[in-house]
Design a binder for this molecule. Sequence first.
Ligand code: MG
Length: 400
Amino acid sequence: MSKVTIRDIRAILTAPAGINLIVVKVETSEPGLYGLGCATFAYREKLVAAMVEDYLKPLLVGRDVANIEDLWHLMNNNSYWRNGPVTNNAISGVDMALWDIKGKMANMPVYDLLGGKSRQGVAVYRHADGKDLDTIVENVQKYMDQNIRHVRIQWGGYGGQAGSINRPEGSPQGVYYCPDQYIRNTLRLFEYVRGKLGDEVELLHDVHERIPPIDAIRLAKDLEPYRLFFLEDPLPPEQADWLKILRQQTSTPIAIGELFNNPKEWDYLIANKLIDFIRVHISQIGGITPARKLAIFCEQFGIRTAWHGPGDVSPVGHAANIHLDLVSHNFGIQEWAGISEELHEVFPGSPVLKDGYVYANDKPGLGIDINEELAAKYPCETKVTMWTQTRLPDGTAYTP
Ligand code: MG
């Protein structure tokens, strides 16, 4: 085939499930040949779209689609200041689309381009939550009945259920929670669920960086009898140095990384074996190209992958996760928020969950498309983000 070049790049904004999604479409000089990539930064969607259309498009139009590695570095270096969430998500949108195009040109799924399958289906974990302990047990049981072996349990969402909190007069509005109450309830939760459901189910938990570092260490130790599959984000990235101390005191497996942007945030954690699972948000680090390198880097140190897979990843991003999961020898587990019927309609070819495992389809590229007409029926909403306005009982702003 003669040289195929980039003809156009667009950001498509859509919210079929009520969450802002940004998908990048790269069109080529070859009629009908295009690729899709996930650039979802749900809370700053217009900035990513501007980055893609006003800055990356003029940089890339006319260039050869074949040279993904070179184009990735070109995009990363072009703004001089790099490794930010807006730039990385925009780069990811183009990067994934270029892998999609390469797969279509080669008539191979992306997992074949990356080395072929290490497994046929991808084991996932689901989320079980509830207002009371029996509801949580029922929700875990429901997943176990569907052959899901790994379930993340939370009592009342991140930071737990805020009972009545006595705030200082004049405290600002926000999402209030009490770290001490959360820690006590989380221990009760694990004792109860293990007692009811036994040892067969693998249990996970997300601290969501809502407690002070020394409390995170104590919690990880106190949870040891319940044999977690992993404890997620016990610390914020800014306090990751504490992991050195945590590791000396507890064998509870640690998963971290959904907030990471910059390789310097993960390299020492991996090289010093301070974590057990890397769970970056793949669009947040710049797409498939850096994620594949990161997975291979982790493999050298016995660290497994657990890519971030919440609702604020587009189905194109979920497909990228699954293709990497299928290939990576050191795959650990995949978070699976589920893909709604509306999302399946807008994104035909989305990965599917069957009997405990998620499967990619075997079409060339990422195997996923977008119905742009339908996507336009679900416009994004730009609004002030509320759930990140977290506060301690005395009104102090805290990481969400
Ligand atoms: Mg998380």
